[in-house]
Ligand binder design. Sequence first.
Ligand SMILES: Nc1nc2c(ncn2[C@@H]2O[C@H](COP(=O)(O)OP(=O)(O)OP(=O)(O)O)[C@@H](O)[C@H]2O)c(=O)[nH]1
Ligand SMILES: [Mg+2]
Length: 266
Amino acid sequence: MPQHPELEAAPIFFFLPAHDEERTVAAVVGRIPCSVAGHPVVPLVVDDGSSDGTARAAASAGAQVDRFGTNRGLGAAVRHGLRRGAEVGAVAVVFCDADGEYDPRELDRLVAPILAGTADYVVGSRFAGGSRRMLPHRWAGNRLLTLAVRALVRQAVTDGQSGYRALSGRAAAAAEVAHDFNYAQVLTIDLVAKGFRYAEVPISYRRRTEGRSFVRLVPYLREVVPAVWRTWRSPHLAEIGGGAGRAAPASSTLPLSSAARATSPR
Ligand SMILES: Nc1nc2c(ncn2[C@@H]2O[C@H](COP(=O)(O)OP(=O)(O)OP(=O)(O)O)[C@@H](O)[C@H]2O)c(=O)[nH]1
Ligand SMILES: [Mg+2]
């Protein structure tokens, strides 16, 4: 028997994509638990070409920092974080925004279905536990895109744009983020089409009070709609059960229809 079994356990890798978040990033890092269910938690900040002191603030709060020389976009930052988590052999790879909207202290909720072996991809839903305070136009945009993702993946998605998610190590290794701009919709389509089991857990949410949001409706839709279409039509996904017009093979904790089949992840 090892004397300190927690030191033997595979880590949970928790990264924050961050662009110009020097005012909030240290507090978010500071809320990341040191361990969950005996798994040490490794914090990383992916500094996406910030022009402020984000990297310094993150490092002083105790996170590793990977820094892009230029701003590549949120999708690129998340792709990088997922790859880093897969490389270290993490049992789960988790990420949330660096702006303080999500609470890293709820990490145990996010990883519980993965550690229990009942899901491979867990999204923290701001709506699963009742509606949250969100600006009306953001709420409307969220609903619209959530319904679109829900229709494509045929899972009971309630928050398609959540910025708080957890993936099993295998899901993180297999995930492909189709564009650099963001990940929200394409990551879900990619993983569900590959047969990874989807689940949601309720999370808390408070609106950003510092820094600057990168969401602007027209540029957002201009980037996201073609990327969603490309991901959904991908011949690669079609080969493995996803792709246009095919039923997603993954199961859900909240099945939309009894037709949803449960399959093992690849
Ligand atoms: N603005 C921006 N954010 C990025 C980029 N790369 C990484 N991020 C980080 O991605 C996370 C999500 O960005 P947000 O602007 O908060 O997006 P959002 O949460 O959908 O929008 P808000 O609700 O207004 O905060 C934050 O932690 C950002 O710092 C980028 O290229 N631009
Ligand atoms: Mg945010």
